[in-house]
Design a protein around this ligand. Structure first.
Ligand SMILES: Nc1nc2c(ncn2[C@@H]2O[C@H](COP(=O)(O)OP(=O)(O)OP(=O)(O)O)[C@@H](O)[C@H]2O)c(=O)[nH]1
Length: 726
């Protein structure tokens, strides 16, 4: 009985502590308390209810103990089982947070944690703003002796959709012809940039830094006939498919560049596939026809295998032999493009609110956020109010590809737009709305929707964690299933003892061997450049580099949330993080690293990777001695080998580590059992002095001429083996 009272006392003490603990740190203590008590039958019974009923004797004891506790509990903790008559109703909703639930119950937040103790949920990972699953909401309410009521308000509070959307298709009578929007695609080095460059008559190719194509958006080419073609200045299918992945389809025609001396290559095939997937027709530009080994016919034949059938072969794909470098036949290519556009009967409605797509976005020091866009419907004018992604603009100014201010932009026209509040992303849909308040309303709605999505994701993560814990819990139960509580407690004690250092190491390794990162850059080109460098990462065996998110624009709350979820680091190139974002990141313990030079950013990344590697242990010599004589001393019945040495360098320190070297090979490493100068035990022997020493390994025999080295081990920081090549 006394024992039972003692257990009861412990339980009371436990509850008192529970009620006193408030902060997260204290909550962890709470969890430790729980562990501390887990060897008491009262608690272990709650944890592992069924399997131990095999042990009848203890089972009976336990049930009595439970009975006793329950009775006492009824008296002393009325808040737990308050009413038989009318239970207090608590209004809750799906996705309620820990804090909100406590508030709804009019209880301290720790009551929620307390109710979740000894359940499969990991209370250590529960923050005040963590959302609770339905099952846990019910558990808390039940354990608190209250009655659950699903909140109508929260449940039914479906916010009215305030989003802006494209208009329905225009009345055909309003449609007027528009110029084609063209993307140039093809294999690396087949001449895309040179072709664009020649078409635009600028020197982009000559200014290319490190072989990475720089781009500013789009430009217009006017033919002598007065026809116009809009070329997207984003060569390569990566940009094309990135836009498509975001749901943006701006391209009407793909000019497929194939070098006549090289033929169809991997990215030629990928480009064809992208064009087909997007159902965009192709005009073939067989480039480098100026080269002596150019073989345009071979190119056409090779393309047959990919269902690109040129007109000569009875198909409908126009092929133009060009030399981008010499500027040969480019007009024919433009005319072929126009001919195809005519067949496509490209038309748009130039009236009414504007619709378009962001091609590029970047922050300009003087002008703020700038986008290049292709207008797809309506006519854009100064003063128009636009929304794109989660940003809006009152158009302050517009400019063309030469930087010239323009007053109107029609369908298919590329246009630079100034006046954005934030930076939209490439691929974002641009829509004109009637007023600034309406733009704000749209943005608010979109942010709200994003928050909803995030909440859904959070719930998913919580659910996954819960499942994981349940499985682990189940396994633990199976493992202890046939044991009685004494055996179980002992086993757990042994395991804890064994696992404690191991677990910590395991955790440290587990945590440090993955580096999740988020990359943000000022323009697509810079993000692409960084990602290209990251493609060279080849040190996953040391630390995995996990790119969880990337994009263009300043660091946003979304990025911080991503980083928090993945425990990652945000790297920004030529972008900003506002004070609000920095504060939020600090609160969430998210590191934001901003750089203005790509190689500095990569260096920083290398340092971060290095910091996650386990330290290397380096031996630092303290002293060296040579063995001049060997003898043995008798200690009891044992004969202990002793080496007579002279210190040649540094000093020998009794407490440090030692190694024995024979003919350049280390034959022993360990500690000394004695170090004597004449007959005195000493702790240090300096250069030039003689000494006698014995090792902790008695079987090692000394030989005259052996070397004894005294050293200490120092941990040195490891460096990542990843070499990005600059
Ligand atoms: N002889 C000859 N060389 C060309 C022609 N067009 C491009 N080149 C050369 O081919 C090389 C690659 O040209 P780029 O225009 O950079 O090729 P790209 O397809 O844009 O390459 P990436 O941007 O790396 O995908 C350069 O050295 C050009 O000078 C051409 O018509 N004739």
């Amino acid at each position: 009985m006394n024992q039972k009272l003692l257990k009861l006392e412990n339980l009371i003490q436990f509850h008192t502590v529970c009620r006193q603990l408030h902060s997260l740190g204290q909550r962890r203590m709470l969890a430790q308390w729980r562990h501390g008590f887990s060897s008491y039958p009262v608690w272990t019974t709650q944890l592992y209810a069924r399997p131990w009923q095999t042990d009848m004797l203890i089972g009976t004891g336990l049930s009595q103990c439970r009975l006793l506790v329950t009775k006492k509990e009824k008296k002393s903790w009325k808040f737990q089982l308050p009413a038989t008559k009318s239970k207090k109703e608590v209004e809750v909703w799906i996705g309620i947070t820990v804090e909100e639930l406590a508030r709804a119950m009019k209880k301290d937040i720790d009551c929620v944690y307390e109710a979740l103790l000894n359940t499969a949920i990991d209370i250590d990972s529960l923050e005040a703003d963590s959302r609770l699953d339905e099952v846990w909401i019910k558990e808390v309410i039940k354990k608190s002796g209250m009655k659950l009521k699903w909140s109508k308000l929260k449940q039914d509070k479906v916010k009215e959709n305030k989003d802006a959307i494209r208009r329905p298709p225009a009345d055909p009578a309003l449609l007027t012809p528009r110029s084609p929007v063209v993307t140039i695609m093809g294999h690396v080095d087949h001449g895309k940039t040179t072709l664009l460059d020649k078409l635009r008559k600028t020197q982009v190719a000559a200014m290319e830094a490190g072989g990475i194509t720089q781009h500013i958006g789009a430009f217009l080419v006017s033919l002598p006939s007065g026809e116009k073609i809009t070329f997207l200045d984003t060569p390569g299918h990566a940009a094309f498919s990135a836009m498509r992945a975001r749901g943006a389809q701006v391209t009407d025609i793909v000019v497929l560049v194939v070098a006549a001396d090289d033929g169809v290559m991997k990215q030629t095939v990928e480009s064809i596939q992208h064009a087909k997937d997007a159902q965009v027709p192709i005009v073939l530009a067989i480039n480098k026809c100026d080269k002596p080994d150019a073989d345009p016919e071979k190119v056409k034949k090779e393309l047959l295998a990919y269902d690109v059938v040129c007109e000569d072969y009875g198909g409908d794909v126009q092929a133009v032999h060009v030399s981008a470098l010499m500027g040969d036949n480019l007009m024919a290519l433009a005319e072929a493009t126009i001919a195809l556009a005519e067949m496509l009967e490209l038309k748009a409605d130039p009236t009414g609110p504007v619709e378009g797509t962001v091609i590029e976005s970047f922050t300009d020091k003087g002008r703020g956020p700038v986008t290049t866009a292709i207008i797809q419907r309506g006519t854009l004018r100064k003063g128009s109010i636009l929304v794109a992604g989660k940003s809006w603009a009152k158009v302050r100014a517009m400019f063309d590809e030469h930087g010239k201010t323009i007053s109107e932009a029609y369908p298919s026209m590329p246009v630079g737009i100034i006046g954005w509040r934030d930076l939209p992303s490439a691929g974002d849909e641009i829509l004109e709305v009637e007023s600034e308040p309406r733009a704000r309303e749209v943005i608010d709605w979109r942010k709200f929707e994003q928050e909803l999505e995030k909440n859904k994701d959070d719930l998913k993560i919580i659910e996954e964690k819960r499942k994981e814990h349940q499985e682990a819990h189940q396994k633990a139960r199976e493992q202890y299933g046939t044991l009685n509580w004494k055996e179980r407690s002992f086993k757990k004690y042994l395991e804890r003892k064994e696992q404690r250092p191991l677990k910590a190491k395991k955790k440290a390794e587990g945590d440090s061997n993955v580096l999740p990162i988020i990359i943000k850059g000022d323009v697509d080109g810079s993000v692409e450049a960084i990602l290209n460098i990251m493609d060279t990462y080849d040190a996953s065996h040391e630390c995995e580099l996990e790119l969880v998110h990337f994009g263009v624009g300043d660091i946003s709350e979304n990025d911080v949330n991503f980083a928090e979820t993945f425990d990652g680091i945000i790297y920004g190139f030529n972008v900003n993080a506002s004070n609000v974002i920095q504060q939020s990141a600090a609160r969430k313990r998210v590191k934001i690293k901003l750089h203005k030079i790509i190689y500095r950013l990569i260096e920083d990344l290398q340092e971060e990777l290095s910091s996650r590697l386990p330290c290397l242990v380096e031996e630092q010599p303290i002293g060296e001695a040579s063995i001049l004589a060997t003898f043995s001393v008798t200690e009891g019945k044992k004969k202990i080998p002793v080496a007579g040495c002279r210190v040649q360098k540094g000093q020998l320190e009794r407490q440090k580590k030692f190694k024995l070297i024979r003919n350049g090979h280390v034959i022993w490493k360990g500690s000394l059992t004695s170090l004597k100068h004449h007959k005195d035990d000493v702790s240090v022997i300096k250069t030039g002095m003689d000494c006698g020493l014995s090792l902790d390994e008695e079987k090692v025999e000394f030989k005259v001429g052996d070397e004894i080295v005294c050293y200490e081990e120092k941990e040195i920081l490891a460096k990542t083996s990843w070499d990005p090549g600059f």
